[in-house]
Design a protein around this ligand. Sequence first.
Ligand SMILES: [Mg+2]
Length: 388
Amino acid sequence: MIIHIDMDAFYASVEELDNPQIKTRPVIVGGPSKQRGVVSAANYEARKYGVHSAMPMITASRLCPNAIIIKPRHQRYSEVSKQIKAIFFRYTPLVQPLSLDEAFLDVNQSTRLFGSPIAIAKRIKSEIQSELNLTASVGIAPNKFLAKLASDADKPDGFVIVNESEIQSFLDPMPVNRLWGVGKSSAKRLEEQAIYSVYDLRRKKLDQLENIFGTQTAQHLYNLSRGIDGRKVNVESVTKSISRETTFSNDIDDLTEIRRVFVILTENVCERMRGENLFAKTIQIKYRRKDFKTFTRSDSLVHATNQTDTVWKTVSQLITNHIVKSVTPLRLVGVGLTNFSQDNELQPDLFENTDYTLDKISDRINTKFGSAALSRAKGLSKTDPKKQ
Ligand SMILES: [Mg+2]
């Protein structure tokens, strides 16, 4: 059995922990302001008004004008996250964090010491409660895919077990968009085939699905509708950041030129990220002025990504905001990715972004022929940056 543990309204709960008098009020963590940015987390009081994470702040503050708005304090959340992880490690070394507030645990080697997976999960949940004064929702199931759905099935403070014999009764009534990798546009394509629930999906034969979705996606959907998922709890990756920078042979003040170099660097770091099967949440640019003063500027996404175009949008915005005529000429620029999630638990919609496939193809060609072989047209540069 696999355990998935997911903290309830994590950022908002940490804020309540540090400031108990806000507990009875609606709390929205997000920003930078009421007008700008998106909701990172909302407590359950705020959710009563329809506020949820990833919602634009402006919508959230219209739905819930009395909410207390708090800017995210990532450092504090990662501090608490470490304490939570320390509790997991009491019971197993096989911990795969997906983000600051959720993780998969494989406790199958720990049962002689600590009892059944259910007993272990109960202990972890109660230790999180008693030691950190936070609630977690727990899912226990034969594999990762089902355990994640189970932890979400009875939030907050949930504890849901899905045994082998209950898989189909658990999955069948679910809408298809609950399946891993099925987002809005995939769900739409499934609906066009009159597939609304997992049950509808399961009634389709594999070759029927193949005709509609292609071999790979069909197999994925076919397996998930039957609760089949062979992925192991993956503890390997410890990559903390991926970055690439380049020093110009001559200082550059042409903003278009600078932007072109940023495209090449962005493609490079994204390619490496995908090579390690990582998904980044925080994107950083770096630039050094003629006087050697060096600056870094970063921004975080709501959902981790491994897609070049999504990363590029953020890089481009950071450039627009910070690299203006007055800071040029520049001697060096760089792009960095941090705050990784492992594995593809946070996989984007299967069909949503066709560029995902383009990224993959581009990686293959680059591996084969070297990095310069394929670069999108917007990255083609007169200046060939010296690689470091
Ligand atoms: Mg959570």
